[in-house]
Design a binder for this molecule. Sequence first.
Ligand code: FAD
Ligand code: DLZ
Ligand code: SF4
Length: 502
Amino acid sequence: TRNLVLVLGDQLDGNSAAFDGFDPEVDVILQMEVLEEAAYITQHKLRIAYFFGSMRHFRQDMTARGRRVHYVAIDHPENTGSFETEIARAQRLLMPERTIAIEPGDWRVAEKLRRLPQPPEIRSDRHFFCSRDEFAAFTRDHPRHILETFYRFMRKKTGLLMDKAGKPVGSAWNYDQQNRKPLGKDAPTIPPKRASKMDPISAEVRDLVSRRFASSPGRLENIDLPVSRAQALEHLEDFVSRRLPLFGTYQDAMQNGEPFLYHSRLSGPLNLHILSPTEVIKAALRSEEVPLNALEGFVRQILGWREYVRGIYWQRMPHYAEENALDAHLRMPRFYWTAETDMRCLADAITHTIDHAYAHHIERLMVLGLFAMLIGVAPYEVHRWHMSMFWDAIDWVSLPNTLGMSQYGDGGVIATKPYAASGAYINRMSNHCKGCRFDPKKSIGEDACPFTTLYWSFLAKHRQRFASNGRMRNQYTNLDRKDPDEIRAIRRRADALALEPP
Ligand code: FAD
Ligand code: DLZ
Ligand code: SF4
């Protein structure tokens, strides 16, 4: 063997830089299913199934292209169960002149590769619009490198949604004010969930996971995720034609019993590199029926947020994982694994997570993440739970979103203020509160909404840090209208709620 080309579970792109100069006569691909990656934190059955299913379909695609794949399946008798030992075993077996890989998506794995006795040559990952070096240069040139600055920089750099004169198409950079509608009574019918078909490989993986990972969290029934390149492309087309036109309008909406609404569910195929962000954006731009508020909103998520959090991750790891600006130390409440809570919004978002290894962005941020921040869960614990439960979680994207955006653990790098809100926000954006035993308007009393109690208590507790933040002025003005006795009662109830959430 001349080159041994490592393809990790989140690198399933046959045209990645690892394949530059690939010669099928003398080069071999190495793919490994290893127990350590499914066990270093406990993981949702669908997440394990999604990785194994996608990896096995990638092997099939590569073989069909005439490339040789050395594939170590999880139940191969000689499988030693970790990347280090499996790479060493393959190197002994195949005796390559060189081992090649692209940057992994996890700092922990990158360190493992770096420390191997025969470390691979690591190539930069072309999947992303912005390389790590470019991001470093961007932050050097823009000391206040918030998302909005980065996003405009990326629009100009790529020319996406820019007109010939170099101005943003439609002459505004964003249409957020049009993108905050709740579903409401006269909302259109939500398109049915798109399910990818079961094929023999997926069936084999389903049986494997139900046998070997029976005690892992989550349900396996909804194993209909796009695992192959062909399925992912169909899924993309379906999204563009049926959901994208209303993606913007209902981007922040929540609806009881409706996990997907107008969201794309493309994070999985994107993060495993089955689809490239360029082709996803191009598919969206090709459609003529998509209004600008939807198009821009969608492009911003992929060209802006996705690239931005990756940049921050690689720039700030490893210390980023330890940041804990609000000094929060609780563990995740037990109901995050079971959905057994009286809080209807949380029960619904957790049910989506258990059933689909998925919740959409606002559920992750303004329900699941918000409650954890308000009671004071340690930010890394929230990230660990998120890594356990979501099909699309990879360290580079989960950590900045969870620890940074949702928990304010990084002290304001990703978000310039904490995403703190009361039950009133959830009530405005969803239909959860009507059927809930709590009242979103109340902050004290048996039926007071825990979010509302905890919100005021959070503001009072962190007054020192946030009262001078101009973007939080209104929030503090409202807090200051409250009577000190009421605030004392709120804080007492908040302490009790944090210890024993209902
Ligand atoms: P859509 O709403 O259809 O959005 C389209 C695409 O935009 C997504 O597929 C995704 O690729 C991209 N995108 C949107 N928002 C973000 C963002 N903030 N960061 C990066 N990409 C974004 N996304 C992940 O891919 N993996 C994670 O582990 C992850 N963890 C998160 C944890 C928390 C606490 C929060 C608040 C957000 C997290 N996100 C994560 C971002 C976002 O919630 C998901 O990308 C999105 O919900 C995936 O569903 P979708 O594909 O239907 O997204
Ligand atoms: C998440 C995951 C799982 C469950 N299993 C594997 C695996 O068996 N083999 C593999 O190559 N990758 C797996 N992954 C993804 C890794 O945990 C990790 O996210 C990436 O390797 C980082 O590049
Ligand atoms: Fe959630 Fe509070 Fe509304 Fe109940 S009242 S659904 S706990 S926001």
